[in-house]
Design a protein around this ligand. Sequence first.
Ligand SMILES: *Cc1c(COP(=O)(O)O)cnc(C)c1O
Length: 417
Amino acid sequence: MKFENSLAFARKLDKEDPLKSYRNLFFIPKEKGKELIYLCGNSLGLQPKTVEKELKAELEDWKNLGVEGHLHGKRPWLYYHHFFSKSISKLVGAKEDEVVVMNQLSVNLNLMLISFYRPQGKRNKILVEANEFPSDYYAIEQQIKLHGLNPAECIIEVMPPAGEVNLRTEDILAKIEEYKNELALVMFSAVNYYTGQFFEAKKIAAACNEHGIVIGLDLAHAIGNVEIKLHEWGVDFATWCSYKYLNSGPGGVSGVFVHRKHATSFSLPRLAGWWGNDEKTRFKMLKHFVPQPGAAGWQISNAPILSMAAHKASLEIFDKVGMKALRKKSELLTGYLEFLLPVNSQFKVITPLNSSHRGCQLSIQTLAGGKRLFEKLTKAGVIADWREPDVIRVAPVPLYNRFEEVYRFAELLKGTV
Ligand SMILES: *Cc1c(COP(=O)(O)O)cnc(C)c1O
């Protein structure tokens, strides 16, 4: 499409947008009665209007039924995680028994590493991206120490070429080749939180599969943002959070994917609790853990129903719209933002310009006085995100952001200089 830099054109795109009605399903934050330009869905997604109703339904069941809600609630709490299998499997490209909703992201990452980081002899290394999210890095570091190994020796990082910020797929593949006999695990975020780069997970997974290396993905910035096919790609495990693009509320419940090839790998070490036990015998209160097959066998505790209810409200929207349509709008919306951004010595987009190598986020490096510009934008009614030392992250979310907002943001950005 040939873009034009005008408010009229942005409004025309909004008018023609087949997903335009979805914005009405969300509460848009306001200041003094005026809607803010919210470009922070990569950090915390907005609240679907249906969340309150779903939460209230659970509160009512608790109020009226007490403990009976476990079996006789409108949605029996005992089986709550089952209600997500279909929606989540579609979002990550999995079979229904390969996913389960539980816990928080960093907790799940640790649980997965316990099962899937199995250092043996000199095959004890983990390949990570150089600029991995700190929480993931901490988890990896500690897991290595748990095995009595030295993180400085066991963590191998892939760096971007000198003077660049994004990783090259060929460099990742070359590192895998170089260390193919020493890597126990390759652990990547599918979309990097800082640059917004969407790695070529399919190619990375194929290289890992070829050399018998376990591959794990963190989908924190990928789920609900880009199209993912975990099963088909042969990814061993993955985890994500639901409060970013999945709009399920602050601290919202996480989930994991475990590939079917591990569904009955009961000999893998894992942490255990009654919720991962065979459902038929869970309440017989027997000794000795009998894990369920599939991802559900990694559950530990009974589910946080209030978080799960918010998650449910949000996933119903994704069920309706589908990732294909979302992604289509997303490419157009972010493409339009990229087109509108001023090209000068002040700003530089560090996110890949090829739309198949990014999700909706653009990371704009500000070359001078960036923090001051960012504060001006905030005063002008933009909610974006500042990352030290000099990056403004903006995420036009196709579910609720409009082309007009992207246009206004670009105008404001130009005005700050
Ligand atoms: C957001 C994010 C986290 C946050 O972890 P929590 O356990 O949900 O607090 C971790 N890793 C990555 C890559 C993230 O983007």
